[in-house]
Design a protein around this ligand. Structure first.
Ligand code: ADP
Ligand code: ZN
Length: 807
């Protein structure tokens, strides 16, 4: 049942139906007074429900299951473990096109070609959609004068005539850009002279070659065919002639085409150290199903993954490759597609529904291109039937955890269970493993393989701390840049190298204050001050999306002098333009990557060296591989470190090491400069010396002392309501009844730092489950407490949310 219902419902079926139906098939069922839903068969049994009279199903919608038994087992686990409704898991797992219901909206499928033969009823609907763009189920029902229309609609969807209306989706179709270079044979001056002599009579061709040289000398950057044509004022035919003569060569900068079926490249030969790690992983898999690969940034983990994938394919088993965020890893997708071309499918929540359904169906039909699935967290729900290996790349990434909406699952942990169901192996990889995974490896629950050399023995970047307290005192700051940072950037730019500047906050400034009365404009819906976005001259709430234009005077006292406090990426971009007027700057954050292919365009132009300095938020830390970046600057390490969360130090370490890892990946040693008010902070010392072991040891001691995961488990309960007093009373009541069961292991209720979001007041209660307590039993108790909470009339409207492993 797609509705987020806690329970399963029993329906009556005939004997013939029971012979035909299997778990995982869809049926149309009546529900409530007059609604019809698509439901999924979970189990066929003979036990009549006692609380209600079982209704009959309307119709069977499938000839074969669309969800297999392994999935059902997995989904059941997710619902039980994360204390959520099975219906929530269904909704997250199944593409909504499979789940027609009374509220669905039907639209025409734009790609439909009129080849399908439609029967009378089907044609009526098809025709109605020529008149009207959207139909409700009720309207379809009226047109056909029929109550059960879901089977017909499902048929039309299967034939590609209809689609279900979606809120939003993006097509993912990056384009290739053509570049030109001189063939290596002409690389010496002598041969060049010969070449130019040869071309004396081909004036246009000579012009193109000459211009190529002057561009190459002045920019030292890849040259676009288009640019060369424009500057040399020659046609495409001239360039082609030069290519035909083997003087020029055309190439494409690596891109992320969703173009499968490309010819397969051979895997790279592993280095001695990679080979050793590979052998150790295989040995580890002999004993343990789960192994952690702890390999420094740029150690060549991807190549090791590729070899493991190849091995798995020879055993005729499937591979799931999990990535934290598909849009940011276009480079990796390209690399794997070059190796495995037509055996890969990418599953992406930003793909259109049709594309996602296609991956689903291809998997059901065991198509060749589903041997490897590359996907973000929701791909753990796909219909795999024969997994041999799961790779969780960058396993420490927070984006593997879904916080909103339910199911609030962790994809890495769900993948571990999925691997178990398939009796598959699972490899967790990271340069900065999460404390919990490293802890599990230390306790021998997981195997552990380490790789501490970068590929090609390039040294890890040299990290320098810049004390900005000192710099401010000595007045050596230009905006938010210290003189040292400016020097380092200047040096890098002089060498024609690229620079990444990291600032973990978007917008121009997080706070605007009136100089006269000291009041800051706040969001009307949330208890938080509004962030100033200068480019759009707006104040925006980063919690609910509210925005208004920047006021000229203070709303409280009418004062005309307003200042800003703090800084974000916008401000940094502007400061760079002032300090380095001639360089090209680009910005990568949520605001610049919203549109179609937003990420892709920025990554692409930085890779093509059209941009010298890239400013961005934590998006920059996610596995990007730019050969020409020699300097990474972190402008303010302190606000990360001071974040009020027990993982703040761990996360800061991971973030800084990962961002640093973008420097000096290819040839020479990179450089990282970190500005801070507190250079003696232990985490900064650990980042500078790349001392993961020290960080791990210290963090684990703190977790032990203050009783935090991984030494025990936590479950967070959130209560929300628009009435402040009601939430207060509800949370007091709840904390009290929780304390009856869990005593001192209950913390709260507390209000979060932003205590009201979207006009809802929020209270948190944290439950710590010591490892000696049975988690299953505790969860049963928690469910019971929720039932008694909701049986109190006053509390019933309060939203009650469980978040298991809420970190
Ligand atoms: P990681 O995932 O550990 O950060 P990558 O797999 O991205 O590292 O490798 C870093 C760089 O080294 C990449 O540009 C990659 O192409 C190159 N590289 C890694 N292993 C090899 C190899 N065996 N042969 C040639 N190049 C390699
Ligand atoms: Zn708001």
């Amino acid at each position: 049942m797609p509705k987020p219902l806690e329970r399963l419902f029993t329906y009556k079926i005939t004997e013939a139906e029971s012979n035909f139906l299997k778990p995982g098939m869809r049926v149309a069922v009546p529900f409530g007074k007059s609604k019809i839903y698509t439901a999924l068969v979970y189990k066929i049994h003979n036990i009549a429900p006692t609380a209600y009279e079982a209704k009959e199903i309307y119709q069977i919608l499938d000839d074969a299951p669309i969800v297999n038994e392994k999935q059902l087992t997995h989904w059941r686990w997710i619902a039980d473990y994360y204390l959520c409704a099975f219906g929530d898991v269904l909704r997250a797992g199944l593409p909504s096109m499979f789940l027609l219901e009374s509220e669905s909206l039907i639209v025409r499928n734009e790609n439909f070609k009129e080849e399908e033969i439609l029967n009378d009823e089907e044609f009526l609907i098809y025709e109605a959609l020529q008149q009207q763009a959207i139909l409700t189920i009720q309207e379809v029902s009226n047109i056909l004068d029929k109550k059960t229309v879901l089977p017909i609609l499902n048929r039309l969807i299967a034939k590609g005539v209809l689609a279900v209306k979606e809120e939003f989706y993006e097509q993912y179709k990056p384009k290739l850009i053509k570049y030109v270079k001189l063939k290596d044979t002409y690389n010496s001056d002598k041969k060049l002279g010969v070449l130019l002599d040869e071309l004396t009579r081909a004036k246009k061709q000579k012009q193109a070659v000459m211009q190529y040289f002057s561009l190459d000398a002045s920019t030292k950057k890849p040259i676009k065919v288009k640019t060369l044509q424009e500057i040399a004022n020659v046609s495409a035919a001239i360039i082609k002639t030069l290519v035909d003569k083997s003087i020029f060569e055309i190439y494409y900068i690596q891109t992320d085409r969703v173009d499968f079926g490309k010819s397969n490249k051979k895997l790279k030969k592993l280095s001695e150290f990679q080979e050793k790690a590979f052998t150790e992983i295989q040995a580890s898999f002999q004993e343990k199903d789960i192994t952690l690969l702890h390999g420094v940034t740029s150690s060549g983990k991807t190549e090791i993954y590729a070899k493991l994938i190849q091995e798995t394919l020879t055993k005729r088993k499937q591979v799931l490759y999990l990535l934290p965020e598909i849009a940011l890893t276009t480079q990796l997708i390209t690399r794997l597609q070059q190796y495995f071309g037509d055996k890969i499918s990418v599953f992406h929540s930003k793909y259109s529904l049709n594309e996602r359904v296609e991956v689903w169906k291809n998997l059901l039909h065991k198509k060749k291109k589903t041997q490897i699935i590359l996907g973000a967290r929701s791909s753990v729900f796909l219909p795999f039937d024969n997994l041999g290996l799961i790779i969780v790349d960058e396993e420490h990434e927070t984006s593997y955890k879904q916080f909103e909406p339910s199911p609030r699952y962790h994809a890495r942990d769900s993948a571990i269970v999925l691997a178990k169901i398939h009796q598959a192996k699972i490899l967790l990889g990271s340069a900065t493993p999460s404390i919990e995974s490293r802890y599990n490896a230390m306790r021998k629950k997981y195997g552990l393989v380490t790789l501490d050399r970068r590929f090609g023995n390039v040294l890890l970047p040299e990290i320098e701390l810049v004390d900005i307290k000192e710099k401010y005192r000595k007045k050596m700051m230009q905006g938010h840049f210290s003189d040292r940072m400016v020097t380092l950037i200047t040096e890098a730019l002089e060498e024609k190298e690229q620079v990444i500047i990291f600032q973990n906050r978007r917008g121009f400034a997080p706070i605007v204050t009136c100089n006269t009365c000291g009041v800051s404009p706040e969001c009307p819906n949330c208890d938080v001050s509004l962030t100033y976005h200068k480019f759009k001259s707006e104040l925006r709430c980063h919690y609910c999306g509210y925005s208004r234009s920047m006021p000229k005077v203070c709303g409280a006292c009418g004062g005309i002098s307003l200042t800003t406090k703090g800084f974000g990426t916008e401000q940094i971009e502007l400061e760079i333009a002032q300090i380095f007027p001639d360089v090209k700057v680009a910005r990568m954050d949520l605001d610049t990557t919203r549109g179609k292919n937003g990420y892709y365009k920025i990554i692409q132009s930085f890779q093509a060296q059209e941009v010298d300095i890239l400013v961005g938020t934590q998006m920059l830390s996610k596995g990007l591989d730019f050969a020409n970046v020699s300097l990474v600057g972190i402008l303010n390490a302190d606000n990360m470190l001071n974040f009020p969360d027990f993982r703040a130090h761990e996360r800061s370490f991971q973030m800084m090491v990962q961002v640093s890892g973008r420097a000096g990946r290819a040839k020479k040693r990179g450089k990282v400069a970190i500005q801070t008010f507190n250079p003696y902070h232990q985490i900064l010392q650990q980042v500078t010396t790349n001392n993961y072991a020290a960080m791990y040891k210290e963090q684990l001691e703190e977790r032990y002392q203050y009783k935090y995961p991984p030494l025990l488990r936590t479950i967070k309960i959130t209560l929300k309501h628009k009435d402040f007093n009601k939430v207060n009373r509800a949370s007091e009541w709840l904390a009290k009844s929780l304390r009856n069961q869990f005593q001192e292991n209950v913390l709260g209720p507390t209000a979060p730092s932003v205590a009201r979001v979207r006009n809802q007041y929020i209270k948190h209660i944290l439950i710590k489950l010591p490892s000696n307590k049975s988690i299953k039993k505790s969860k049963i108790i928690l469910k019971k407490i929720r039932i008694s909470f909701q049986s109190i009339a006053e509390f019933r409207p309060v939203r009650f949310i469980f978040d298991v492993d809420n970190y």
